[in-house]
Design a protein around this ligand. Structure first.
Ligand code: ADP
Length: 235
């Protein structure tokens, strides 16, 4: 199992932002992590990536504990935060070399070429990040997330703010990248889940209210639309 979460909680004072959740995410599958605003999605993503310490519970990434084996665990994770922080004054190649260098990657220039090709950045590779469209900037974000070839990819609202064409392209790219990785996407967009996810978790008020394959959840709800199922479970 690439991601294993047991009894995970995060409390802010009295508020239980995440309340004793359990789930697993499997290789070769894309898991959609859905919930209304304030449900606990970002808090969970930030704990999965080791940026936020849980109040209680355990997280293992590829068998490594995110707290006690943090360096090993983080080596297996690629992370695209919401509003990807990128250096707009840096050139695409310069930025990716900078990130790759932080991971101490061997043959860095070859690896930078590889990821540029993989995420479809070739035509824009000589530009400054600040000159790129939002869609291409998101490709740079994905390139930095995969440069160290992690087996787990965590993407926080990866298509927010993209225009319809960029959205289709970035979803296709995520689907392609997901073939040999474990991908978790946090989103509140139902079409996104329908378009790319294999499995779905719905979180509401810090608790998991559904955990199933996309097909399974529809079957369990008499083939209702995902929107109706979501509304019913998070009301
Ligand atoms: P989502 O990503 O699903 O919108 P969040 O994980 O951001 O939800 O937030 C879950 C809950 O925890 C919300 O009620 C939010 O207000 C609260 N919360 C998040 N971060 C903090 C914080 N640093 N301090 C206090 N409360 C927080």
């Amino acid at each position: 199992m690439s991601i294993s979460v047991k009894n995970l909680s995060k409390h802010y004072d009295k508020q239980k932002a995440v309340d004793a959740i359990n789930f697993e995410a499997k290789p070769g599958r894309i898991l959609g992590f859905l919930g209304p605003n304030g449900a606990g999605k970002s808090t969970t993503m930030r704990m999965l990536t080791g940026y936020l310490e849980p109040t209680a519970g355990e997280i293992e990434i590829s068998g490594k504990n995110i707290l006690s084996q943090a360096i090993d665990a983080k080596r297996h994770i690629g992370y695209l935060p919401e509003n990807t922080p990128l250096y707009s004054d840096m050139y695409v190649k310069e930025f990716l070399s900078f990130i790759g260098d932080a991971y101490n990657l061997p043959n860095l220039s070859v690896r930078v070429e590889e990821v540029i090709k993989k995420v479809g950045l070739t035509p824009e590779q000589h530009k400054k990040i600040g000159m790129l469209s939002k869609g291409y900037r998101q490709r740079v974000g994905l390139a930095q997330a995969i440069i160290h070839n992690p087996d787990v990819l965590i993407l926080d609202e990866p298509t927010s703010g993209l225009d319809p064409n960029q959205l289709v392209d970035i979803r296709a790219l995520i689907k392609e990248l997901g073939k040999d990785k474990t991908v978790v996407i946090s989103t509140h967009i139902m079409q996104e889940v329908e378009a790319i996810c294999d499995d779905i978790i719905i979180i509401s008020k810090g608790k998991i209210v559904a955990n199933n394959s996309l097909e399974g959840i529809k079957k369990a709800h008499q083939n209702s639309s995902l929107e109706d199922i979501f509304r019913k479970l998070t009301a």
